[in-house]
Design a protein around this ligand. Structure first.
Ligand SMILES: Nc1nc2c(c(=O)[nH]1)N[C@H]1C(S)=C(S)[C@@H](COP(=O)(O)O)O[C@H]1N2
Ligand SMILES: [Mo]
Length: 407
């Protein structure tokens, strides 16, 4: 057996990691900067909309979520899922463009190189984890022992932290590569000479080398854009009605009024509901209420067209009708500015209760609904009574409601 010295992997002309082996006119700084900007915008949008969703599910008193516009959560969460999915091809393209640089030999010249590479590892690993765990959650597939929500939330901070420090480290180079935007009197981007990574690092080629036998930079960007657009098109139909026929990769079709957790899964049985259903309003009220279903249905009913928007990205807007929450609060003599905890017949499960803040409790469209699309609710959609309110995530639209506790 011939002994191959370790370094030959990097220096032998025919070895894959040899310097300069991955020369391509596409591997230049300008393209890297463009793709980096794309990843930055998509991750940024995904992060902010994710924080908004977190705030809905983990309310804090000093920053109450608004009740209006009614479709706000539907838009932010649609954007969250779409931007997360769309970021994947852009992230992979960016990695492809810069990876010879990540493998260049010697691996680092300064301590700062090590720090930068570790940061990139966290950014890429974190980004891939975020998209993977999000998509797995959409598929209701949890191939890990930890809590999805906690891991997705904390990893988002780690990833965005790595993104911010990477942007900080690359800001000057990227701005130069993008043509000095934002500087007064800068010439238009295309006319500026483009410094190539190859100047600093022989592992990278430059567009100026004239080896234009493959894709052009524009062609490459268009391909990445098309991949991103196609992924978006086959998923975003779960929330944009006009595109629903295209939503091949979205597991649930909103036109079918999907159900994530059925009554059977939640341990709620039709028999139990029929036998002894009582609806009550308790807590900080002057006149606690106990109503049968007939008494509840005799109260004035209102109709509201409201979206139901699952955190997983699917949503639809439909006519709901039932009793206004604020009417029940008046009936029970709840104090001004009351906030409400809504409880389900469901005994266990993360979504058996939800919180309604002051603005949402007072909104004319926050209903304890008995009907959807003009029909009595089906057991799976929460019969006999479910909460539906403006600007709330699906997880907070509690089904099989049996009690309100005024706080
Ligand atoms: N009690 C209870 N209510 C619940 C849930 C649940 O698991 N238990 N799931 C929620 C979630 S995640 C969503 S998206 C909506 C979906 O409503 P639907 O099943 O009527 O479509 O119900 C919400 N209400
Ligand atoms: Mo949901």
């Amino acid at each position: 057996m011939t002994k191959v010295p370790a370094r030959s992997l990097l220096t032998d002309p025919d070895r894959p990691l040899r310097q300069g082996r991955y020369r391509s006119p596409l591997r230049d700084e300008r393209l890297a900067a463009w793709l980096g900007a794309g990843v930055g915008v998509l991750f940024g949008a995904c992060f902010l909309t994710g924080l908004f969703s977190h705030l809905h599910q983990n309310p804090v008193t000093w920053l109450p979520v608004p009740a209006r516009p009614a479709g706000l959560y539907r838009i932010t969460q649609g954007l969250h899922v779409a931007s997360g999915i769309a970021s994947l091809p852009v992230l992979l393209a960016k990695l492809w463009v810069v990876w010879p640089r990540l493998l260049s030999f010697p691996p680092f010249r300064h301590v700062s190189d090590v720090v930068e590479r570790l940061g990139i590892l966290v950014l890429v690993g974190g980004g891939i984890f975020m998209v993977f765990s999000g998509v797995a959650n959409i598929a209701l597939w949890y191939p890990w022992p930890f809590s999805f929500r906690a891991a997705h939330f904390w990893m988002a901070w780690v990833t965005i932290g790595a993104l911010v420090s990477h942007v900080g480290a690359r800001w000057t180079t990227s701005r130069r590569a993008l043509g000095g935007w934002g500087r007064a009197g800068a010439s238009p981007p295309r006319e500026r000479p483009r410094p190539a990574l190859a100047e600093a690092d022989p592992a990278l080629g430059t567009a100026a080398e004239g080896v234009h036998d493959g894709l052009s930079r524009r062609g490459f960007l268009l391909t990445v854009g098309a991949a991103t657009g196609a992924l978006t098109a086959v998923t975003v139909g779960q929330t944009v009605p006009a595109l629903s026929p295209l939503a091949l990769l979205a597991p649930r079709d909103p036109r079918d009024r999907p159900v994530n957790r059925t009554a059977a899964m939640a341990g709620v049985q039709a028999g139990d509901v029929a036998a002894g259903y009582v609806f009550s309003v308790e807590g900080r009220v002057e006149r606690p209420l106990r109503l049968t279903l007939d008494e509840l249905v005799d109260l004035p009913s209102h109709e509201a067209r409201l979206p139901i928007a699952c955190v997983e990205g699917w949503s639809y807007s439909a006519p709901w009708s039932g009793v206004r929450l604020r009417d029940l609060l008046v009936l029970a003599g709840a104090p001004e500015g009351a906030e409400v905890r809504v409880e389900s017949l469901e005994q266990e499960g993360a979504f058996r209760t939800s919180f309604v803040n002051r603005a949402q409790a007072q909104d004319r469209d926050t209903l304890l609904a008995t009907h959807l699309d003009g029909d009595v609710l089906s057991l799976d959609h929460g019969f006999p009574l479910r909460l539906i309110g403006p600007d709330r995530p699906g997880v907070n639209q509690t089904k099989w409601v049996t009690r309100l506790v005024v706080e």
